[in-house]
Each structure stands twice: as structure tokens, then as C-alpha cells.
Design a protein around this ligand. Sequence first.
Ligand SMILES: [Zn+2]
Length: 346
Amino acid sequence: MSFKNISCQNRIVELFKNVIANSRLSHAYIFTGQEGVGKTVFSRELAKAVFCQRPGPDACDTCNTCQRIDNNNYSDLFLISPEKNSRVIKIDQLKYLQEVLNVKPLESKYKMVIIQSADRMNEASSNCLLKTLEEPPGYAHIILIATSLESVKDTIRSRCQIIRFSPLSIPVVKDILINNLHLEHKQAERLAFISNGSVERAALLSDSGALEKKNWLVDHLLTLKPDDNLTFSKELISEWHIQDIDVLEEKRAFVKELLFSFLLYYRDLLVCKIGVCNLPVYHTDWRDTLLSKSASFSEDMLFQIVHIIKTSLEYLDANANINLLLENMITKILQLQFGKFVYGHD
Ligand SMILES: [Zn+2]
């Protein structure tokens, strides 16, 4: 693989081809964007382009160096990620990184470090990394990969060039699911459709446990009663095991998935209500049930519910209390659904 195989990130590929051609690679970058849009894949291709034995702005993919990087076996490239069973990058890992960077490159002119999940660091780890970023050796290039830029310390952010990755298009996600994860055409199409441009989310949804949770949610949404708001949000938190997730960032990412599931359900009802025949329903197994259920909603009501969920997604990104956020959202949805209008209607 080389830059030519990076999907949908042409702007970033062109930027870095220029950077490499002009030998202007910065000492520190943050690659940010939602999970599953190719940040890690790109960083590895970038490393290959930088270290490749054949000069040029892209990797040749065939030289000894390119192949060793593909096999995680190149001494001037280091990858760091949270260790197994640890939710954060430990300070020891970053101290080791300092030591490694103090030794000059062994095989090339540069040393490159890719830090995955750089948004998962505690105070001590962040401070240790900061020290490295304050005075990097001239040959060092550090790439931080972070889904949530907000979770990276300001002092770290200000020392890095920030590169934002966009979501992938549906056909691109579908092709990756078929070619790399060997999913069937129809399943790949459906998952690409509901993944919001993230291969990782699509892969996650293909897991049967995730599907069970989604099915549980739809079953419950179909039978909600006016006074269910508190019991339903409590059940939801326990059934989706939200309280079991310790790291806030992971919890927030997980609840985001949950809110997307809400969004898909009401979006399906809206499609059934409006009767747009060329728009597919995500929950194909429930198509008939959703069609009859949609009769109890007005179009306006469904648009407002979608608005409530989208606003909740924004609050979630702004660090709102998760339990309260779910309770509030469900209360507002039920008020709308059962006739107590709250969004400026009588
Ligand atoms: Zn090469």
C-alpha cells in the first residue's frame, strides 16, 4: 500500500506529498477525526513515504524498508498505544520514548513515532509527552492520533500541527468492508450506510453483540409508554453496560453510538411516514412494524425528535453529564411523542 491506496483523504495526501517533496515535515502532528477514517493507516503510509529507499513523495511499497515497515520491523519507526488491559498510555511508555528519541537514528536520517489513542493520557503521561514535544531532537517526527482533539491537553495541541480527517463516503466504506473484512456485499452495503463514514464503526456494528443491543433498543422504542422516561433511561444504561465503562472518553464514544441508534430509528420512522420510496430503511427486519408505527407520529413531530437527538449529540461532545443527558433526551422525546409539545407548540 502507499498513498495511492488511501481512500477519500486526497487533500491530506496532496498536502503531505508536498511536505515530503520539500523536506518540510514538522516535528509534531496531531491526526484527528472520528474513529475509522484512516488516521492510523495514513500515518503508516506517511512513515513509508518518509523512509522509503527510493526518493520521491510516495512510498515505492517494494523496497526492503517499505516491507519492513509493513511488518512492524523498522528500527527508526516506533508505535505506541495503550497496553493491553490499560485504558490509558502509561508514563513509563512515554519515558521509554524519551530514551529512544535521545539515541540518533540507526538506519535513516529520521526517527518517527506514531502514538495511537493520544487522547487517552492521564496528567502525568501528558506532562511527560509535553517535555518531549518542547525540545524534540532535530531528527524526530512525532504523530499523535486522536479521535477527540478536546481530550488532548492545550499545551500539547499548541505544539503540534493539526490535521483533520474527514468521514469516508458510503461507497468507500462499503469497498473496504468487502475487500478487507470480507463481508458479504449486502451486509457491507447496509453497515456502510449506517456507519456515518467510519470503517471502525461499521466493523463494530457487524459484531453480533452490538447488533443485539441495537435490536433491544428498537424493541423498546417501539413499545414506549408516556411515563417510561426514567425507567427506560435506567434500563438503557444497564442494558448497554454504560456504567461499566471507566474512561470517560470511551463512555462518551459508546453513548454516541447509542444516540446514533436512536437517530436511525426515528429517521426510519420519518422515511416510512413521508413514504420516500427511493430511501432505504435501515431496520429492514422491522419495516412493516415501523410503517404502522409511523402512523402515530406527525411528520413535524419526527423532525423535532430528530432535532432533539442531534442537539443531545452536540451536548455530549460538549462534555454533558451522560445520565442526565439521556434522561432529558428521552423525557423530551416522550413528551413530543405523547402530545405534550415542548418545542414551541401548543
Ligand atoms: Zn520503498
